[in-house]
Ligand binder design. Structure first.
Ligand code: ATP
Length: 509
């Protein structure tokens, strides 16, 4: 992997400005070793590796000295022995210590104490020059020394870096790729690191010896796998589009306008248009909020990825924030994309209360807000929520999201259109079906209720060997259905009260 220029520059800058501990959060140790070596002239370099003990940093081989891994001692004892010798010998010449895969040992009190001592000496004792690098794919920072630690992350490759990687690969495989295919294919690799990209390239070339548009499916499937493993973002496949939504005309009109901007972003920005930030869709369960998130991605012609805040929560100090930072960086890496946060009220529940888990959620929430405020990348957020009564008001302020919409239970005209959409989807719509009558009998039903009425009526009609579905078939099922207004009366009342308090725009016309 070629180390990105920005990373190399930051590394040099932090070394020269005596940042005592630099935590490099990445998987590719070889590439980071190369980057450190390139600035290590004139430094003594020692490496501690949790598997091998002391390793010669310049050659990578195990060192057989008193510092070498001592059998019988565990990883913690060996690390302490290593740090103890380093500290006691002092650092009269500029020194680099590279610690690999030690994240699980970082919380041990004696390790914390040694690292603190080194950091304090670097900062306050003249002539004491040492930089500690911690290399790990997992970010775990002990609270006691967090102020001494600088986190360095390697940004995911930009679209131009991806193109260069593909071109170089294609050339080495003796199968050059034309510019148009390259432009079309490169975008599907966004959000992946160099190592993941080369694994997918191996697979695509293995299939038919070249990279073509037909490989897009393979790329997307593999990418889903990688995202799944990272367990922070989930890539969502869907078939729905904006025409599958019955009603919600105001929301659809607004989304179409944003899509126009999103699809012509360069031109729009030059014209003076702001990059669309996102939309919050609040309201009744089963009324098309998730459907709208999918339709947005389809309309914008970009991938849909879901952020599950609950999965970001970690057990160590700083771990959750680290996960959030990586998830958001990943979304930026995948961009342009739609980032969907489902059930926002659950994701950030407990904010503002004191202690334990809610402290973490509050910090994550603050981090998310700052990112939203500052983000310039084309990540369009669709946040969906039922009940916003416990959400912090600052989230609902204009300027965070471009707009907030309230999705109510469908009105009669909307119910007509939802019934028709679901009948047509199953090829069971015919002109004798009285949509107006069905709509009048489904007062208080949500979209999901209506869909289930249509499904059940079609199923019954099939079992009864009928050729065509009739209005009466549907009415019978409607009669037997307990709509959401009956089953969730109390919840609906609360949602309505909150919405009225905030005066949120209605998604329906
Ligand atoms: P929840 O708050 O429970 O997550 P939701 O608002 O996200 O609900 P959806 O998942 O979008 O609800 O809708 C559930 C099902 O109901 C969908 O599969 C969809 O087919 C149907 N549905 C809901 N609203 C509509 C609508 N306006 N038009 C067409 N179908 C709809």
């Amino acid at each position: 992997m070629a180390i990105n220029n920005e990373f190399q520059q930051n590394l040099t800058m932090y070394m020269e400005t005596l940042h005592p501990i630099i935590y490099v959060n990445h998987y590719d140790f070889n590439a980071i070793d190369a980057a450190i070596k390139s600035i290590a002239n004139g430094y003594e370099c020692y490496e501690f590796n949790n598997a091998l003990g002391l390793v010669n940093f310049k050659t990578g081989s195990r060192v057989n000295s008193q510092l070498a891994y001592t059998h019988g001692l565990n990883g913690e004892e060996n690390l302490i022995k290593f740090l103890d010798l380093m500290v006691n010998e002092g650092f009269s010449t500029p020194t680099i210590l590279v610690l690999k895969d030690v994240h699980e040992l970082l919380h041990k009190p004696s390790v914390v104490a040694y690292l603190r001592r080194i950091a304090e000496n670097v900062l306050y004792s003249e002539g004491y020059e040492c930089t500690v690098f911690i290399l790990s794919n997992t970010l775990e920072i002990p609270r006691e020394i967090e102020d001494y630690i600088t986190i360095l992350e390697i940004p995911l490759p930009s679209i131009n870096e991806i193109k260069t990687q593909i071109q170089e690969y294609a050339q080495s495989a003796d199968s050059p790729i034309d510019k148009q295919t390259l432009d079309e294919i490169a975008i599907s690799f966004k959000g992946l690191n160099e190592c993941q990209i080369s694994q997918i390239l191996n697979l695509a070339f293995f299939h038919d010896g070249e990279l073509s548009r037909s490989d897009t499916e393979i790329i997307l499937k593999e990418k889903e796998q990688f995202l799944k493993k990272s367990s922070m973002l989930e890539s969502i496949r869907f078939k729905e589009n904006i025409n599958d939504i019955g009603g919600l005309e105001e929301l659809k009109f607004w989304l179409r306008r944003k899509a126009e901007i999103f699809k012509n972003l360069d031109k729009a920005i030059k014209y003076g248009v702001d990059v669309p930030k996102g939309v919050m869709i609040i309201g009744m369960p089963g009324c098309g909020k998730s459907l709208s998130a999918k339709a947005t991605a389809d309309l914008f012609k970009v991938p849909l990825v879901r952020l599950d805040v609950g999965r970001l929560l970690g057990k160590y100090v700083g771990e959750s924030e680290g996960n959030m930072r990586r998830a958001l960086a990943l979304a930026e890496g995948i961009s342009p994309c739609v980032l969907w946060i489902d059930e926002l009220e659950k994701a950030f529940s407990g904010i503002g209360s004191i202690g334990g888990a809610s402290d973490i959620t509050t910090r994550l929430f603050g981090q998310f807000l700052t990112w939203m405020q500052e983000k310039e990348s084309p990540v369009f957020i669709v946040a969906t929520a039922n009940d916003i009564s416990n959400l912090p008001p600052e989230l609902l302020r204009k300027g965070r999201f471009d707009e907030l919409f309230f999705v109510d239970l469908p009105n009669p005209a909307e119910r007509e259109s939802i019934i028709k959409i679901h009948l047509q989807k199953r090829k069971k719509f015919n002109s004798s079906i009285d949509l107006a009558k069905l709509a009048s009998k489904t007062e208080g039903f949500n979209g999901a209720d209506i869909e289930s009425v249509v499904k059940d009526a079609i199923e019954i009609s099939f079992v009864e060997h009928k050729t065509d579905l009739t209005t009466d078939d549907l009415l019978k099922v409607i009669h037997e259905t307990n709509s959401i207004s009956k089953t969730l009366q109390e919840k609906i009342k609360i949602i309505k009260e909150t919405i009225n308090k905030y005066k949120i725009k209605n998604a329906s016309r």
